[in-house]
Design a protein around this ligand. Structure first.
Ligand SMILES: Cc1ncc(COP(=O)(O)O)c(C=O)c1O
Length: 414
């Protein structure tokens, strides 16, 4: 027998084993100063493309004022206890109704973290008799929710409607045998590569199969659709999403998340979602802050317009300069390059230190071996100057990558 910690200290885990080389720079970097298009990093100013503050609300004076006023009035503790016990207020209810109205659903229920909420909602929505069918590329919160499921699950190829249909055939057989139902789960926007989930096509399958659809629209909420109600609104199928999810942690630049659906379903979640039944409710400062942000989403369409001006300038500029930005049809802007992991690390260091550009870097196993994904998140806080400076920098680092400069630098770093 071993001491449990012996393995933990030795193995460190798949990411932890890189900590010595990466921590403080590639992982756990410290971005300093107010959240904005240009922040401090490693003693310099960098253009920040890695923050999901889509509408530029994080540092908006009205938001800061609302947050500060709510914290001054209530502190950060109020209300204490779980919603069911002593943590319930009229403001929580008001925010729920406003969220529901914003995404055209009957009712909504708040959760403290999108991640935990999703895990718990999946757990609550299905029993061992039910079958889950989900997209292969979904976020960790969906994967972890599915892990809790005691019944059958099928995974379909990413955004592949044919594969979904095949899996729905198998799921239908299984659910019929078990006298259960089927839950299909997709994202509204796949946050790594920026493709919208094919919600229209998924919904069309409801004519052939009997299933309910849960959509995680973390990146679509506030950024897509005429009113900002997300990917469902953008694709004209919002009514056919049975359970809609969005977090406040992206376009709302806040904290917390919500599920929206028909009244009966939300009522069920209120009484069965363990992450909320057994945890303290969302603090009032967050709730009042979210009410303010939601009001701004409704009344300030210019925020989304500015966001899309920047998105369009960045994506068309990259394409005109020969960059491969995949199949994005959202704000998330991936730039695919070819190279190995050490080259990617040397390139990102050059980008940060010598060109003043800070973006996320994604490598194998998230994407295929030999590929490097630089992921850019444009926001309403960026300027067209940020965009042109970035495209010039990207062209320069691509040339260096092709010339083998980063391979040589990486060799000296090993
Ligand atoms: C698709 C998706 N779902 C859920 C979450 C989790 O949301 P939260 O940050 O509120 O826990 C995220 C955040 O990274 C996300 O990208």
């Amino acid at each position: 027998m071993k001491d449990l910690f012996e393995r933990i200290i030795k193995d460190k885990g798949p990411l932890g084993k890189w900590a010595e080389q990466a921590e403080g720079y590639y992982v756990f970097p410290k971005l300093e100063g107010a959240i904005s298009n240009r922040m401090g990093f490693n003693g310099k100013k960098v253009i920040t493309w890695s923050i999901n503050d889509y509408l530029g609300l994080a540092n908006h004076p009205e938001v800061i004022k609302a947050d500060a006023a709510a914290a001054a009035e209530h502190g950060m503790a109020y209300p204490m206890g779980a919603r069911m016990m002593s943590g319930h207020t009229a403001f929580h209810e008001q925010l729920e109704q406003e969220c529901a109205d914003f995404v055209s659903k009957e009712a909504a229920y708040l959760v403290n973290f999108g991640y935990q909420g999703m895990v718990s909602a999946i757990d609550a929505l299905v029993t061992k008799h039910d079958v889950i069918v989900y997209d292969m590329d979904t976020h960790a919160c969906i994967i972890d929710g599915v892990r809790l499921h005691a019944g059958k699950r099928f995974v379909y190829k990413h955004n592949d409607v044919e594969s979904l249909e095949k899996n729905l055939q198998r799921a239908t057989k299984m659910a019929t045998e078990n006298n259960g139902g089927i839950l299909v789960i997709s994202e509204g926007v796949f946050g790594m590569r920026g493709e919208q989930g094919k919600l229209k096509e998924i919904v069309a399958l409801k004519k052939k199969f009997n299933f309910r659809l849960l959509v995680d629209d973390a990146h679509g909420f506030g950024t897509l659709g005429k009113t900002g109600a997300g990917a469902g609104e953008e694709q004209g199928v919002q009514n056919d999403i049975d359970v809609y999810f969005a977090t406040f942690a992206k376009s709302m630049a806040g904290f917390g998340a919500f599920f929206a659906a028909d009244k009966d379903i939300i009522q069920y979640l209120k009484y069965n979602m363990r992450s909320q039944m057994f945890a303290k409710s969302l603090p009032m400062a967050m709730v009042k802050g979210a009410l303010k942000r939601l009001d701004m989403l409704r009344t300030m369409p210019e925020l989304k317009e500015k966001l899309w001006e920047n998105v369009n300038a960045l994506q068309s500029g990259l394409k005109e300069n020969g960059f491969n930005i995949g199949n994005t049809n959202t704000c998330v802007t991936p730039v695919f390059l070819e190279g190995d992991i050490p080259e990617a690390m040397a390139m990102v260091q050059d980008l940060r230190e010598n060109y003043g550009i800070f973006c996320s870097i994604v490598v194998y196993p998230v994407i295929p071996k030999g590929m490097i994904l630089l992921r850019l998140i444009p926001t309403a806080a960026h300027t067209l100057e940020d965009v042109s400076e970035t495209i010039i920098a990207f062209s320069a680092i691509r040339d260096k990558l092709k010339e083998g400069v980063y391979k040589r630098i990486a060799a000296t770093m090993m």
